[in-house]
Design a binder for this molecule. Structure first.
Ligand code: GLN
Length: 193
C-alpha cells in the first residue's frame, strides 16, 4: 500500500515538501482540516512562520487534534515545524505542541547568517540508516536547538548544535531538506511510518 504522507498546508513551504515526499516514493496529501489529518499515516510540519502557523492552527481548531495525532503517528517538523514540535520555545517564548523534549531558540543565527547553506557530516547513525555521505543543509531564519533531552537522539549537528533530531515517532530538522535534491531525510521519515 502506498503510504499517505500529510503535509500541513496552512502556511509556509508545503509545496516543496509535497514534491520531496513524492520524489521519495510516497503520496503527499495536503492537510488543512482534522478530517484530512485522520486520513494520513504521518504528517510533515513545513517551514514558514511558526507564530502565524500557531494562530491558524487555533483558528482551524487543529491544535488539539494535531497533538493527539502525535501521540499515535509520526510527525516530521522542519524549521518552523520543529519549533511547533518543541517542548520549549524562546526568543520570543511561544506556545507549542510539546511533542519532543527539545528547547529551541528562534531566529538564533543572527542577521548575518539569516539564510545560509552548509555542508555537514551527519552522525554515523544517520549514515547507517540512509547511506550516502555529507548532507547539504539550507538554513532560513533558523532556530537553534539549545537543549535536547535524554530521550532525544541527535542525527546531525552544525557548529556543535543539533540540527536533526529524533525522539520516538518524531523527527525535527532546523534546516530545509525539502529544498535540496538529496531526499535522505525524507526517506528516513518515511521509514518511520
Ligand atoms: N523564523 C521562523 C520562525 O521563527 C522559522 C523560519 C523557517 O521556517 N524557515 O517561526
Amino acid at each position: 500500500m502506498t503510504l499517505r504522507v500529510g503535509v500541513l498546508a496552512l502556511q509556509g513551504d508545503f509545496d516543496a515538501h509535497c514534491r520531496a515526499v513524492e520524489r521519495a516514493g510516497a503520496a503527499a496529501r495536503l492537510v488543512r482540516t482534522a478530517a484530512e489529518l485522520d486520513a494520513v499515516d504521518g504528517l510533515i510540519l513545513p517551514g514558514g512562520e511558526s507564530t502565524t502557523m500557531l494562530t491558524l492552527l487555533r483558528e482551524e481548531r487543529l491544535f488539539e487534534p494535531l497533538r493527539e495525532f502525535g501521540r499515535r503517528r509520526p510527525i516530521f517538523g522542519t524549521c518552523a515545524g520543529a519549533i511547533l514540535l518543541a517542548r520549549e520555545v524562546s526568543h520570543p517564548q511561544q506556545e507549542s505542541l510539546e511533542l519532543m523534549d527539545i528547547a529551541v531558540e528562534r531566529n538564533a543565527y543572527g542577521r548575518q547568517l539569516n539564510s545560509h547553506v552548509a555542508r555537514i557530516q551527519p552522525e554515523e547513525e544517520f549514515l547507517r540508516r540512509t547511506g550516502g555521505g555529507e548532507l547539504e543543509t539550507v538554513f532560513i531564519r533558523a532556530p537553534v536547538i539549545r537543549r535536547a533531552g535524554e530521550a532525544v537522539k541527535v542525527l546531525a549537528r552544525y557548529r556543535g548544535d543539533p540540527v536533526l533530531v529524533e525522539q520516538g515517532l518524531h523527527l525535527a530538522a532546523t534546516f530545509h531538506p525539502e529544498l535540496t535534491e538529496d531526499n535522505r531525510v525524507h526517506r528516513l521519515f518515511l521509514a518511520k511510518l
